[in-house]
Design a protein around this ligand. Structure first.
Ligand SMILES: *[C@@H]1O[C@H](CO)[C@@H](O)[C@H](O)[C@H]1NC(C)=O
Ligand SMILES: *[C@@H]1O[C@H](CO)[C@@H](O)[C@H](O)[C@H]1NC(C)=O
Ligand SMILES: *[C@@H]1O[C@H](CO)[C@@H](O)[C@H](O)[C@H]1NC(C)=O
Ligand SMILES: *[C@@H]1O[C@H](CO)[C@@H](O)[C@H](O)[C@H]1NC(C)=O
Ligand SMILES: *[C@@H]1O[C@H](CO)[C@@H](O)[C@H](O)[C@H]1NC(C)=O
Ligand SMILES: *[C@@H]1O[C@H](CO)[C@@H](O)[C@H](O)[C@H]1NC(C)=O
Length: 873
């Protein structure tokens, strides 16, 4: 809108001054003003470049024009200069979220409010002129609401509904005293306008091609224009003249408002005539006093006009309750239902009966699944299995942050421990249950075994337990202490896909929803008294939560959120026809309950405080070890890495701690392992995937460094000086080398090599050592470039776990055929048996005074004095 347009506008306003009305109409791509007396005069474009403007209205005294755009699903506004000068005319978006088809719009020029209808969300809403303090006034019994007209002087609003039961309704502008005033002889009531001075209601019906009028209560109905109009759409009035737009004639027509005579075409060749209003101060007469103008009627939030004494009512934004004093609103909702949809998050206030869902403004949500809430800090937590992350944000979706981003596959369940300030989640991809602090630090794997398809997880911080569901081969509901110990199967019969789980702390009950048996069941927390609560019309339960007396759930097939009263089993639909519903969480916004010793000073723990029924259990994130005081975690000087099934685990050599799994995903069968101290990375070969991979000790930055041309890479070692990776492949009969990132790969030894197995490096001296299993088993040595090969130990069985004691300059190995652990000097001489009579020694490593080995048949890790072989501790 430039200056040229402004001056044109100025001209148009001149005619107003002469007492001739201007017509303001929406033309889909623009808004225009036309002089109603000019006959075929040209229109002035007020706003151009619009997508699909439908409804339009204005507040004359404020110099504001509002319109709705049904394609952009928005309500916008622009200022006009009543003195005709060129001036700041920025277009503003006033309402944008939660609109679908805002077909009707009306401005309350006395109370300074915006009212609109939406024929898709089937709501009528009100807000301040800037779009704030938005409130849903009507959400029931609306089918296709369209035109809306206000009578602020009398406090009434009127709207048309062209749905299944066509009607015109009236209500107070505060939403009270709603009634149907016209419901016969009406089919497509499109246009609606009011004659304030003569107290008449006019409407145009596009099906019956008529314009009728009635008294403001719907009585005294009269025909103004008989069935002869092609397709009247919107209607407006000025003095004695009615004006309307017509979709078929693409024109604006007029006639006498009483007789229907004196019909004229006011303006033609309109691209797509939509809503229309006479644009004049006379249509919006100011009032001497209006109850809302003085101190907002004493209201803390909205002051809405009303037809009954005291002619206004205080009201609160959607979802917020008005307090007993009838003037003050609560500080937001007290109970909320959070909902994860595939691509957005929503919240629904449970305080008010309209259950309007509000989209949180968190961005880049691609496949949200599970959602939980921390009432202490007021943060929402959710998982996204496309972004592969756990995220959190404020209540309104602002300030969103990534909490956990690495080693997250299909995080289907999430739970906040609001007492100890920890976050728990299940992952059906990694098949683990893990914990971190709420900010994502200090991560620890709690359970990584015997999880098939873990989904829902709920916590009982007061008792120190967690419960989860598993919808795998043997569906079950399990329980463990919050540190993952004392695992117990609670239910493993008559379950299918137990998707949802909720605890009723007050009554010590566990509820669950099953998407295969299509039931909601309940039992006591000790597993007794299991019974069915709901078993019909539950096609596919997914999300599940409980608050107060109600259990809420989402259903994939019904695309609904429903709730059931836990005692009366009475059901109610909260949201209908909303696709992609995933997890949900009903919660108090601020109220928490219960505590445990972790609440105070983190239970004395330096890192994680995990509460168990027996008391506090301090725990350490991956890489740290708990020392003897049982509360402090330290970085251990040495640890042992070993592979077990699909896990790579570590165990401290100092603190005698429980071994922990490193959070790696996709490991199939780890064989050789090594560690690069300089950058804290582990390297391993996978003989099922036929790859060599590496990752940081905390599980992040996993990458396959060698992916091709491997068969059975059973031996591998890191050259920490040269930054090279060496490996021996029993299948290809090669020893190869590459840079640590897999680049510059080279075969070092391939001739006369029969099943090379274990590999050890002595970078300081420049030698590599390996064992061969077939032909004549032996231990060989060569320079680290593969030259100068010699056999050091010729008469040996299948030797494994070759390791070097760099301090004492000795080699150690296990012999699978003799079940011995042997040692020699670096030339293969001075051989000694260190340990004999071992069941099935396999892997071997050495640290300080000890050797450590794994035993296959014992499934254990053993330790012995490296010189005496004595195993005494
Ligand atoms: C209307 O616009 C056309 C084209 O811009 C112009 O030729 C014509 O003179 C205008 N008519 C009036 C009445 O301003
Ligand atoms: C409106 O136009 C008048 C006359 O040009 C000018 O003085 C005034 O500042 C303008 N007002 C606004 C709000 O732009
Ligand atoms: C994460 O939370 C823990 C515990 O509240 C705190 O000690 C630590 O400083 C936080 N770290 C970051 C990066 O915010
Ligand atoms: C079910 O759980 C019980 C009790 O823990 C256990 O004894 C039984 O083996 C389980 N059944 C299956 C099929 O896992
Ligand atoms: C994991 O460790 C590496 C190196 O020690 C570090 O750069 C990275 O930030 C850590 N990642 C996480 C998620 O803690
Ligand atoms: C290991 O055994 C040797 C020889 O018996 C002995 O001298 C040494 O003290 C032992 N080391 C430890 C740590 O027990």
């Amino acid at each position: 809108m430039g200056a040229v347009l402004r001056s044109l506008l100025w001209c148009s306003f001149c005619s107003l001054i002469r007492g001739v009305p201007l017509l303001l109409y929406a033309n889909r791509r623009d808004l225009r003003l036309v002089d109603a007396s000019h006959g075929r005069g040209n229109a002035t474009v007020l706003v151009s470049g619009l997508e699909d403007a439908a409804a339009v209205d204005y507040v004359y005294a404020q110099g504001l024009v509002y319109w709705s755009d049904v394609s952009e699903e928005a309500i916008k506004c622009t200022a006009f200069n009543r003195s005709g000068g060129a001036g700041g005319v920025a277009t503003q978006t006033v309402v944008v979220s939660g609109l679908a088809s805002p077909d009707g719009l009306a401005c309350d020029w006395l109370g300074l409010k915006l009212y609109w209808t939406d024929s898709e969300t089937n709501r009528i809403e009100v807000a301040e002129l800037d779009g704030s303090l938005r409130k849903v006034l009507f959400w029931q019994d609306l089918d296709q609401p369209r035109a809306i007209a206000l009578d602020p002087t009398r406090g009434y609003m009127y709207w048309t509904d062209w749905g299944e039961i066509p009607k015109i309704e009236r209500a107070g502008m505060d939403g009270a005293s709603r009634s149907v005033i016209v419901d016969s002889g009406i089919y497509w009531p499109n246009g609606l306008t009011l004659d304030y001075s003569e107290e008449k209601l006019y409407w145009a019906d596009a099906k019956f091609s008529v314009i009728h009028r009635s008294n403001l209560d719907g009585n005294g109905r009269e025909v103004v224009v008989k069935g002869s109009l092609p397709h009247p759409f919107a209607l407006t009035l000025y003095d004695d003249t009615l004006f309307w737009t017509d979709w078929n004639t693409h024109s604006i027509h007029s006639c006498n408002k009483v007789t229907g005579e004196d019909r004229r075409e006011v303006h033609t060749n309109i691209f797509s005539p939509m809503d229309i209003h006479v644009f004049s101060q006379k249509r919006q007469p100011p009032a001497a006093t209006s109850p809302c103008t003085v101190k907002n009627g004493g209201c803390s939030h909205l002051c809405l006009l009303s037809p009954v004494k005291p002619f206004y009512q205080c009201a609160c934004p959607t979802g917020v309750q008005l307090l007993e004093d009838h003037t003050t609103c609560r500080q937001g909702a007290t109970q909320l239902l959070f909902l994860a949809r595939r691509t957005d998050l929503r919240r629904i206030s449970l305080d008010t009966p309209d259950f309007t869902d509000i989209v949180l403004k968190a961005e880049d949500i691609r496949h949200a699944i599970a959602i939980d809430y921390d009432p202490v800090e007021g943060l929402v937590y959710w998982t996204d299995d496309e972004v592969r992350a756990i995220r959190r944000s404020r209540l309104d979706g602002s300030e969103s942050q990534l909490v956990v981003t690495s080693q997250v596959n299909h995080p289907d369940g999430i739970a906040v421990d609001w007492v100890a300030r920890n976050l728990y989640w299940t992952d059906t991809g990694t098949d683990r249950i893990e914990v971190t602090r709420l900010n994502g630090t200090m991560r620890k794997i709690l359970i990584s075994e015997d999880l098939d398809e873990p989904r829902a997880i709920v916590l009982d911080p007061v008792a120190g337990n967690m419960y989860w569901t598993d919808w795998g081969e043997i569906p079950k509901i399990e329980r463990a202490a919050l540190d993952g110990t004392d695992r117990l199967v609670m239910v493993n019969t008559s379950l299918g896909w137990p998707n949802g789980l909720a605890l009723d702390y007050a009554e010590s009950k566990i509820y669950w929803g099953d998407a295969k048996t299509d039931k909601i069941e309940v039992m006591n927390m000790d597993g007794s008294e299991r019974r069915v609560l709901v078993e019909d019309k539950l096609p596919h339960i997914f999300g599940f939560t409980l608050l107060g007396d109600f259990i809420y759930w989402t259903d994939w097939q019904r695309r609904s959120i429903e709730r059931v009263h836990k005692r009366t089993a009475e059901r109610e639909v909260i949201i209908d026809q909303l696709p992609d519903l995933m997890g949900l969480k009903a919660t108090y916004v601020h109220k928490t309950f219960g505590t445990n010793p972790c609440a105070e000073n983190n239970g004395g723990c330096s890192h994680l405080c995990l509460f168990r029924p027996q008391g506090v259990q301090c725990a350490c994130p991956i890489g740290l070890e708990l020392i003897g005081d049982m509360s402090t975690c330290i970085v251990p000087e040495a640890f042992l890495l070993f592979s077990r099934h699909t896990d790579i685990r570590r165990i401290s050599l100092e603190t005698n701690n429980n071994n922990v799994a490193i959070p790696l995903t996709g490991v199939k069968e780890a064989s050789a392992l090594d560690f690069d101290v300089t950058d804290n990375r582990i390297y391993w070969t996978d003989i099922t995937l036929k790859t060599i991979s590496r990752a940081f000790m905390n599980g992040s930055a996993l990458e396959h460094v060698v992916e091709f041309g491997l068969d059975y890479p059973e031996g591998m070692a890191v050259d920490w000086l040269g930054k090279n990776l060496y490996w021996a492949d029993t299948g290809t009969n090669r020893i190869e080398v590459a840079k640590l990132d897999g680049q510059h790969r080279q075969v070092l030894v391939w001739k006369d090599l029969d099943s090379p197995r274990a590999l050890a490096l002595d970078p300081a001296e420049g030698f590599m050592y390996w064992t061969e299993w077939r032909g004549k088993p032996k231990i060989d040595r060569a320079a680290m470039d593969g030259t100068g090969r010699v056999t050091l130990v010729p008469n040996v069985g299948r030797a494994n776990g070759l390791t070097i004691d760099y301090a004492e300059r000795r080699l150690y190995w296990t012999d699978l055929d003799t079940a011995l652990i042997e040692s020699s000097n670096m030339l293969g001489l001075e051989r000694e048996v260190i340990a004999d009579d071992l069941p099935h020694p396999f892997g071997l490593t050495q640290y300080q005074d000890y050797i450590y080995w794994t035993d296959w048949s014992q499934r254990s890790i053993e330790r012995a004095n490296k010189t005496s072989g004595r195993t005494a501790q």
